[in-house]
Design a protein around this ligand. Structure first.
Ligand code: ZN
Length: 314
């Protein structure tokens, strides 16, 4: 009896070891052989890592916990781009520094992917005062850059990233295609869960700290009222605050949403004025170190957002 058990466990352990050897890509050489990918900010990092898997290393330029809208690259960031194989950015006016920086790079081998390319963009005007400022800054700024918050647009972005990785590393084609197919399916599931959950709810209006949810609202028939405009750091004026408070009262809005990277003060003032609660709705501009350490990613945050929307609109 004992002998048999020992024999079985040895077989079991060997099988585990063999399986381990098969999945660890130890035969593919040292880490430096991996494709070096630089991503602009969090969703681009997460998508690139999901498609690139263990054939790539991915670094993000915008550090964890930083607000991506007003971020600018420093000289060490330029060095990272000079040494990279692939650069992934969202585009649509999100990384306003990108066109100029890319034009100045000496790295002529760099494969550059503007992941939002081909996605029909929404006009950026949520607030009148915000739109005026954006228009003054240039035509590119007048679009809403937050495409990744619609899972179907996220799929388009992942496809663009997959194509760029195949271009930079043709030997990995099957691997990148397989990863893309896996996550494309997960995005389809996320989309259908959003559709099913939100279509059943009686309320449609969400009040959010910055107007990042235009594509999400467009996809699922919601209506966003941004306390601030498209760019996260701007302060609302008193007239705008009064307007939002009136709207919240009239539509019996139960929850005022804020986000982790912006001070919740204004959302709290509005919530108190209309006796609503506050809750987090995360536009995924960046995750904190703690969230990353806890294993959060695009999918987990999008599912938290769905739960928050469901609670607020029920
Ligand atoms: Zn934003």
């Amino acid at each position: 009896m004992k002998k048999l058990w020992t024999a079985l466990s040895i077989i079991g352990i060997s099988a585990l070891l063999l399986a381990g050897c098969g999945t660890a890509r130890s035969g593919d050489g040292p880490a430096s052989d991996k494709l070096s990918v630089v991503a602009s900010f969090y969703p681009m990092y997460d998508f690139a890592l999901k498609i690139g898997g263990d054939r790539v290393t991915v670094e993000t330029l915008v550090p964890p916990g930083a607000e991506p809208h007003d971020w600018e690259p420093s000289p060490p960031d330029i060095v990272r781009l000079e040494n990279a194989d692939v650069f992934v950015y969202n585009g649509a006016g999100m990384e306003r520094w990108a066109p100029k920086v890319l034009a100045a790079l000496e790295n002529k081998e760099l494969v550059v992917v503007e992941a939002s390319r081909g996605i029909p963009l929404l006009e950026g005007g949520h607030d009148d005062h915000e739109e005026t400022a954006a228009e003054e800054a240039g035509a590119e700024d007048s679009y809403d850059p937050h495409v990744w918050l619609n899972p179907m647009h996220a799929k388009t972005e992942m496809a663009a990233i997959k194509n760029a990785l195949v271009q930079a590393d043709p030997a990995g084609r099957d691997y990148y295609e397989a990863n893309f197919n896996k996550y494309a399916e997960a995005l389809d599931q996320l989309d259908s869960d959003y559709r099913e959950t939100l279509s059943a709810l009686p309320n449609r209006d969400i009040i959010v700290s910055h107007a990042a949810f235009g594509y999400l609202c467009e996809a699922y028939g919601l209506n966003q009222i941004g306390i601030d405009g498209l760019v996260a750091e701007s302060e609302p004026d008193p007239a705008r605050m009064a307007e939002i408070i009136d709207f919240a009262k009239e539509h019996q809005v139960k929850v005022i949403f804020f986000e982790e990277l912006i001070s919740p003060k204004v959302a709290q003032v509005i919530a108190e004025a209309v006796q609503a609660e506050t809750a987090v709705l995360n536009p995924l501009g960046g995750l904190s170190d703690a969230q990353l350490a806890a294993g959060a990613d695009y999918f987990s945050v999008m599912r938290e957002n769905l739960a928050a929307l469901k609670a607020a609109l029920s």
